[in-house]
Every structure is written in C-alpha cells, then in structure tokens.
Design a protein around this ligand. Structure first.
Ligand SMILES: C[S@@+](CC[C@H](N)C(=O)[O-])C[C@H]1O[C@@H](n2cnc3c(N)ncnc32)[C@H](O)[C@@H]1O
Length: 293
C-alpha cells in the first residue's frame, strides 16, 4: 500500500522501513486518514502503555532523570529559559502536559516549583514513579488524564509546559489550548514543543531520503497506524504554523516567540528521523512560547 509521510518518530520510527516490516509481518498498517478525538485518545493511551518500557529504555539516557530538554536537538530549559528566569520558578504551580516519565517536572521541582506531571499513559507514569523511587524521592505529583479534558480548577497553575507531550497526539488541539488557558492564571506562560510542521512534507528518514519533500505541507490528514480491524493503534495530527497561531490566539494566548532550535554541531546522536544531516537542512522542532492574556 502507499503510505504518505509519517511525521514523527517518538513512535519508534514509523518510517518507510517500518512500513515494509509491518506488511511482511501482517501487523499494523500506516496510512493517512481521518481520526476523531476519541479514537485518537484511545490509540494514544494504548500505544504509550504498550511502548513505554521500550521508549524509556531507548531514550531515557538522553532525556536524563531530571533534565528538562525541549527536543532531540538537545535545547535545555536551563539555557533557553523559555519559562522565564529559572530563579523565579520557586513556589510556582506548574502543569507538565504529556509528561511521560516526568523528567522535566523533576528539573522544575529541583528549582522549587510545584509541578504536576499529567499523562494519558499509566505505564509512562509508572516509569515516573519508578525513577522517583530509585532516586529516593521526592515524589512528583502524577495525574493520569487526557490533556484535552484537564481535571483541574480554573486558574490552578502559574505555568504550563510540554516537551513533545500531548499536542502532536491530540485530535482537537484547539480544545486542548482552551483547556490549558482555563487552568492557567492570567499572565501565565504556556510553552510547548512539537515536531516542526514543515517535517510533515518530508519522509521521516534520517538520511538523504528525508531531504526531499514528497507530501503537501498543507495536507492536515492525520498519520494513522491501524490494526487488521481498521482500529487506530497510533495517531499523530498535523497543524501548519498558521493553524497553531490561530488556535493559540483563538484560545486567548499571546505568542511571544517561536523557537526553531539549531542542530548543534557537536551532537551526533540521532532520534528517529531527527539526525545531524537533516538538522543541518531543516528545522526539526518548533517551540511555541505563549502567555495567557
Ligand atoms: C514523546 S512523549 C513526551 C514526554 C516527555 N517529554 C519525553 O520527552 O519523553 C509523549 C507523551 O505524551 C503522552 N500523551 C499522548 N497523548 C496524550 C494526551 N491526549 N493527553 C495526555 N498525554 C498524552 C504520551 O503518553 C507520552 O508520554
């Protein structure tokens, strides 16, 4: 079957090689098709529950237990300061959206913030708890929930952040933005990273093949992997840069910056389709820095 450009590889590399393997093994198939919010959420929860162990095995060392890195380019919050002055984090209530094993939350807690690490996957949160226990605490507050339906009161947080968390894996990100806006106090920042939207036009391959555009950047059709019954098992959703700006401003956020991290010359380590070669030619990550009006 023909498969359009898979966008990201947090999902263990659903690129062309993966598709061939899947077809041979009669496993899930990859395609571009619509996927509604409930189907997307169900797929995300199950996929991350099934794959959390492998994900943490493969990427845990890069992520570090208490490092706050925004992206495969290795841009750290300690240097980027997109949440503001690290010295001013102390005492702030912070929501980490799609926290995984809560590495970023641990970095925030070490600076005196009070983070809540929210994730849809129970298994990812079990890894968060495991890491805390191995380190002898303190324990990060964990909440299992869908980012599009936040179980918090209005104005509960001073800051919200997400490093490739729920945003790419949610169907209705306009609603997600409204939810984050609702739980933030006035003036609170919402900073999140996602695969740079331009990557959706290119094959998700780390080598030369990943440098030639083969799809339309404007095609918002989700990337879906589905089982033999046609049920989605993994979904990623695409928005253009303009779409993101409109959903952010529509929710009541002011865009302060759009950061496109450079690939550092000394960084040799690839992460799926994020590689030194592609990083020299194309942005791989977009980080939206916003403030609630
Ligand atoms: C690529 S990981 C990012 C987490 C962490 N920053 C990291 O780099 O490992 C994506 C995370 O988003 C979570 N996620 C996906 N969809 C979600 C949703 N709708 N609501 C909350 N979390 C979600 C996944 O379970 C996963 O832990």
């Amino acid at each position: 079957m023909t498969v359009d450009t898979p966008p990201g590889q947090w999902a263990d590399g659903p690129g062309a090689d993966w598709v061939e393997e899947a077809e041979e093994a009669d496993e899930d198939l990859a395609l571009r098709r619509e996927a509604a919010a409930d189907e997307t959420s169900r797929a995300s929860r199950h996929w991350w529950d099934r794959n959390a162990d492998d994900y943490q095995d493969e990427h845990g060392a890069f992520l570090g237990d208490d490092r706050f890195t925004w992206c495969p380019e290795g841009l750290d919050e300690a240097d980027a300061r997109l949440l503001g002055d690290p010295a001013a984090l102390s005492g702030l209530d912070v929501l980490e959206v799609g926290a995984g094993a809560a590495q970023c939350s641990r970095w925030l807690a070490a600076r005196g913030a009070r983070p809540v690490a929210l994730d849809i996957s129970h298994r990812q949160l079990q890894h968060a708890r495991r890491i805390d226990e191995e380190r002898g605490g303190p324990l990060v507050a964990l909440v299992q929930a869908d980012a599009a339906v936040l179980p918090f009161a209005d104005g509960a947080f001073d800051l919200a952040c997400s490093a490739y968390g729920a945003v790419p894996f949610s169907a209705d990100t306009a609603e997600l933005m409204r939810e984050v806006h609702r739980v933030l106090r006035p003036g609170g920042r919402w900073v999140f990273s996602v695969t740079h939207p331009i990557r959706w036009a290119f094959p998700d391959e780390p080598g030369e093949e990943g440098l030639t555009a083969t799809s339309s950047y404007f095609d918002r059709t989700p990337y879906v992997e589905q089982d033999e019954q046609g049920r989605a098992t993994y979904v990623e959703h695409h928005r253009t840069l303009g779409d993101r700006v409109r959903e952010l401003t529509g929710a009541g956020f002011r865009l302060l910056d759009l950061v496109e991290p450079l690939w550092p010359e000394e960084l040799e380590q690839s992460w799926g389709g994020w590689s030194p070669l592609r990083g020299r030619h194309l942005p791989g990550t977009a980080i939206f820095v916003t403030r609630r009006d």
